[in-house]
Ligand binder design. Sequence first.
Ligand SMILES: Nc1ncnc2c1ncn2[C@@H]1O[C@H](COP(=O)(O)OP(=O)(O)O)[C@@H](O)[C@H]1O
Ligand SMILES: [Mg+2]
Length: 245
Amino acid sequence: MITAAGVRLGFGGRMVLEGVDLRVPRGGRTALLGKNGCGKSVLLKCFAGLLSGYEGRITVDGRDQGAMDGGVATGPSMAYVFQKGGLFDSMNVFDNVAFGLRRRGMREDRAGEIVNESLARVGLAGSELKLPSELSGGMQKRVGLARAICLDPDIILYDDPTAGLDPILSDSIADLILEISDASSATSVVVTHDLRLVAKVAREVALLYDGRVVFHGDTESFFSKEDPFARQFIEGEIEGPIDIY
Ligand SMILES: Nc1ncnc2c1ncn2[C@@H]1O[C@H](COP(=O)(O)OP(=O)(O)O)[C@@H](O)[C@H]1O
Ligand SMILES: [Mg+2]
């Protein structure tokens, strides 16, 4: 389980997170929603230990994230799927996916098996020798997914996995996220503003607004629009608690 309590973080004197309280259940699929620039990626990076220096407390399975050494050395393992795939552009697809396994000191033949399995799962068998620049945006995201799942993480943090994709490609990424979640007991957190993705993959929704979580509930109650913040976000209305300007 991931918990955030009173998390505050700003840059250059401007606050982005103003007291985030959230509990992400273990094994679940939680969507973290909010409009552009509201701090979703910042919060996800704090969960991952990629950003520090926040006030308040983040724990992962009871351990302080600040003390987790980027989540690598101790505690549950985490994978972060970067918005644009986050690939090393000088490395081919195989080496990108193998990177984490090699860093763990895995034997090359075993790493190769896992890389090939992971690439097959995301529909990219045969693309091993391509460079990221030879791939479409959707394919780069799939490589990013393969790199995450090959580490068999306890927690997968997805940063805007469908950003910039057309609806059909977005649906295929949503299917993959579901498959990955069903095939493991991993906890998934999906940062997005894509309501189709939310409807398809999330069990819970947390809506971030003005530096705080203003709605947190199951996906049905989010889409029931009984909550004024949820309703305004879904309908894109001008009138409501969210100040759109
Ligand atoms: N490392 C950083 N340094 C300075 N400002 C940042 C940094 N990361 C994010 N920000 C700012 O924080 C705000 C929230 O960014 P972000 O979390 O990326 O938004 P989003 O909800 O779209 O993912 C933005 O105004 C962004 O410019
Ligand atoms: Mg973002």
